[in-house]
Design a protein around this ligand. Sequence first.
Ligand SMILES: *Cc1c(COP(=O)(O)O)cnc(C)c1O
Length: 349
Amino acid sequence: MKATLELTKWIRPHILEMKGYRSARDTFNTTDQSVVLLDANEHPKPTPYNRYPDPYQRALRAQLADRYGLDPSWLMLGNGSDEVLDLIIRASCTPGKDRCLLLPPTYGMYQVLSKLNALETQEIPLDEHFQPKVDLILQESNSSTKILFLCSPNNPTGNLLDADKIEQLLNGFDGLVVIDEAYIDFTSETSWVNRLKEFDNLIVVQTLSKSYGLAGIRLGLCYANPELIEVLLKIKPPYNINSATQQIALERLQDAATFHEQLKMLIDQRDELANELAQLDWVKEVFPSNANFLLLRVDDAQERYQQALASGFVLRNRHGLPGCDQCLRISVGTKQENEALIKCLKTFR
Ligand SMILES: *Cc1c(COP(=O)(O)O)cnc(C)c1O
């Protein structure tokens, strides 16, 4: 493939130079049952899992890329999006030297993974509408600011980031812009994957953990320019997506009808739950949500958290995060769970 990106701006030099591991299934890949595979020290007994999985997840990637009319070379898969985020950071940022830019309140793993990789983080809180302060972000970043993490819809606030602000950041920020779309299916907005060909520095991360109900199989998705994807494929653990995960994901993706039905149920339940919560006198504000959870400001988050827990409902206390004073985050459950929750919350004094 002809190189067109200035990869040296985004990828650490030793990673551009190194060769990846050539696994047995990398060197020789076949579905031909008549071939005798004696190259990977596998157990010969033909059980469902005696063979190593496809290191490039060809069938699954073809399906997932096709949803956006893309070639599979625009996509890599990780053991959850957490692995994807870690690989992006390790590919781009030199420990002790480079920085990641975070916009709190947001998903905690950006901070944890940056710290794990011995990177400084710079935090520029979202504004009072939970939107990025574009001018400040661009002003504060320099050549060692390698990655800007955007989460849209944002966790824990639930709102989408303004598309025009994201576009200004994509155009103005020199490093990689990672847009985490873990909750994109709960919105009517289209994914930034559709705009990948316009922005070389754009990486879109998605997951099957939320809207697909498959948090347990650990499957994260990373869409980006093929030259960036090639680097990530080179440095990922060879067999990072196990056979069971590939199989289960493929099966789930076949059943679009169930997916859309369950998605609609969750969105309806979210809106219903938001209405009910807004009527409680100790709830000060229910923030609009484009996700499968609600952020609400209450009179005393710790007390309400404890009261709910005592009744058997585990909520998330987000008090302490910037802009989230006295805020709780509640995931949308089943209709029965949500009704039981509201019934319980109504008794709080
Ligand atoms: C839940 C969530 C994820 C999911 O991570 P996985 O490792 O794929 O389960 C990623 N990003 C955000 C913002 C999330 O809230």
